[in-house]
Design a protein around this ligand. Sequence first.
Ligand code: FES
Length: 591
Amino acid sequence: MRITGTGHASLRIDTPAGSILCDPWVNPAYFASWFPFPDNSLLDWEALGDCDYLYVSHLHRDHFDAEHLKRFVSKKATVLLPDFPTSEMRDELEALGFTRFLETKTEQVHELDGGLKIMIQALTSPTDGPIGDSSLWVEYDGIRILNQNDARPTDLTTFHALGHVHAHLLQFSGAIWYPMVYELPEAAKRAFGKQKRDRQFDRTFRYIDDLKASNVIPIAGPPCFLDDELWQFNDIFGDEGNIFPDQWVFQQEYAKVGGTNSTVLLPGSVMELTADSAATTHPTDVEEFFAHKREHLEEMRERKRPMIDAAKATWRHPEIDVLKEMKRRIEPLLDESVYLAKGVGGPVRFDLVGYDGESVESIVVDFPGKQVRTYADEKVRYRFRTERALIEHLLFIEEVDWVNSLFLSCRFKATRIGQYNEFVYAFFKCLSEERLQYAEGWYAEQKPDAEDVKLGDWIVQRRCPHLKADLTRFGIVDGNTLTCQLHGWKFDLPSGRCLTSVGHELRSRPAGTPPPAPAGSDSSGTTPAVAAVATPGAIITAEVGATETGATDVGSTAAGGAGSGDAGAGFAGSSASGAAGAPPGSATVSE
Ligand code: FES
């Protein structure tokens, strides 16, 4: 089996039974903020796009590049379609000219012609990507690979059960706006960024340890930022709080925890994979390439500048009355929203900076009041400040997912009061009837988990209230705080309160105390089974586990970060409260 690196999360898999092109991304994404790095635009995409199968893991624009798919990928290719709850991906691909689809069933192995086998695991919570993310498992002639890209399954047992994996490709870097866009003291921002950076690595190491593949290939990031306004987000300034470490940095961090089996693929690198070997050739010396990262970025910045300027020229739509259009688009959805509106629980303010760079129009999406209106000098839960032109453009193109456009662009500033609120981002990625209904239904079906386990001196529910990670594997108890290390969410054990996000209460009690009496006759009175006995040391190895988020102590107009584009997550809690530079006496929040 051959794996060709084609940049970011993109790769091509070649076998005698056919080729699979995965997530080809070349054009800038999210308001021309993100570019693939290293640059992959000079690869022979005519040849790479002449493939038998196309796999697009999800609809985030650094994975689903419509312009590139339309121009370079053979329409004879059969699309391996993840089992997502909405038909958006198929609809978009059909609009681009694709006609052949294999609608896979999640976690089901499909046998293709010539002995090629594939399985796609679809993740479908409203916080997984743009309502859906996925991983691709491939087997040919006893050689197996897992392209996990940026998906965050709770564990990898489904893949592990299919036999030893020879190459595990997964994300290790940030793909989010937290904490950079938050209005925080620089020292606090750096501290939260560092915390997040460390957690990203820890989470990656955990997945690697779970699967124990022969080879590890870090992919799916980081992007690079070539617009002068965003240049500071590139990890070239020696900032330990930068959340976008590159593949070479990963390799070094991985070596520190004993990892010796990782290979960095540049665009154009080719790995020949067998059951007991992985021979890789590169288009240039990899270490040398990353040693000159800044020069490569500067060269790209000059070369891509016209592209960014051309994109910017399309954003302004002065004919659009933003307040009126937001009312028309958002109010019907607010009316229908039960769980998301309740979850947000307060007004969210948008400060739109006019073309002159000074005038500001403040608009409030009032979730309790179910209306969009002019800001009325009230306290708000979240405040976003961005260019008016960006919102005009979102309204002009009828964008249904403001996470997969505005928020991932990092072209905004944010503040907030209180904890990270996943519902804010879930709502703004569901600005269509289809998506909103799905998300509402998903939250409506969430039921408390009945099984309890013993962790340290506490009895807690086995499944994390966030996205149901098994806490016997991901939970760590430190004093009165439980941390689920899948995304780093924290819970106060005496109260069960989630310290990371609103809602999401954990069932917990000290070991040795009886469970509370059932509240009502429906509760049957059965005592949840205690299924596992574990101590923190037995469950979690030190330094392992992570999330996409960080923790923030902020003042009365608090700030925080946001959950994700690649599966939003939250994190907060006592461990963050001592972050350098954080104002005293403030609430602990995070995302
Ligand atoms: S599943 Fe996300 S923090 Fe536990």
